[in-house]
Design a protein around this ligand. Structure first.
Ligand code: GS8
Length: 225
């Protein structure tokens, strides 16, 4: 793949459909940081990826002035600490509020991904009903956390918003797989999704929903059949 990563500036190794990669890209876009984006073929990982993330061998990988940061939430923290002012902090300044945002981001990592995969994999009415209920239950907890706020960060589209935003392009696949509507089941969260999709960062980063559906069908054929 591409040439060596330069010693100066910001480079992100990602994959267009990855919720984790999208988190990092949205954070960079929200902060208005100039960066070079390198698309990885995960079926044929670049030497650069294997060298820069030898532990997990996964994207996203952020390289800043020749130094590497791995893991999407760690990358979000790093971006927020290095570029705190532009245009606002992603994490709240109050330690309690910060711990609270981290708790829910951790909840997303522990619960949302698996609940989504279970929906894609479920076969038969009973398994599907169970997966659907589990997914909605998990998302209801997030919806309660959102409450009446515009964003999880209040008026600021912050750390937790970005942690969940990576999943937004996939929500349509969960709805299609489970035969439910987020608008009906999770109306406040559906409002958040709408606001999220309208953001400039999302318009730049989110792939087309049709392309995501096609990619899911490819994954299903490869892994779930
Ligand atoms: C997860 C990254 C990940 O799973 C994070 O950054 O938050 N906890 C990590 N990346 C996937 C692509 S998205 O499904 C990946 O790089 N997979 C390659 C592989 O597993 O070989």
């Amino acid at each position: 793949m591409a040439s060596e990563v330069s010693e100066k500036g910001v480079v992100l190794l990602g994959m267009w459909a990855s919720m984790f990669g999208m988190r990092a890209r949205i954070a960079l876009e929200e902060k208005g940081i100039e960066y070079e984006y390198r698309e990885e073929d995960l079926a044929n990982k670049s030497e650069t990826l294997l060298r820069l993330n030898p532990v997990h061998k996964k994207i996203p990988v952020l390289v800043h002035d020749g130094r590497t940061v791995c893991e999407s939430l760690v990358i979000l923290h790093y971006i927020d600490e290095v570029w705190p002012a532009a245009p606002s902090k992603l994490l709240p300044s109050d330690p309690f509020a910060r711990a609270h945002a981290r708790f829910w981001a951790d909840f997303i990592d522990k619960k949302v991904y698996n609940a989504g995969v279970n929906l894609w994999k479920a076969k038969g009415e009973e398994a599907m009903a169970e997966a659907k209920n589990e997914f909605i239950e998990v998302m209801k907890l997030l919806e309660n956390e959102l409450g009446e706020k515009s964003y999880f960060g209040g008026e600021v589209f912050g750390f937790l918003d970005i942690a969940l935003a990576g999943y937004v392009p996939w929500f349509g696949t969960y709805e299609l797989s489970g035969g439910f509507s987020m608008e009906v089941e999770l109306p406040k969260l559906a409002g958040w999704v709408k606001r999220c999709k309208e953001r400039e960062s999302a318009l730049k980063v989110f792939p087309d929903s049709e392309k995501v559906n096609e990619f899911l069908n490819f994954l299903k054929a490869k892994y779930f059949l």
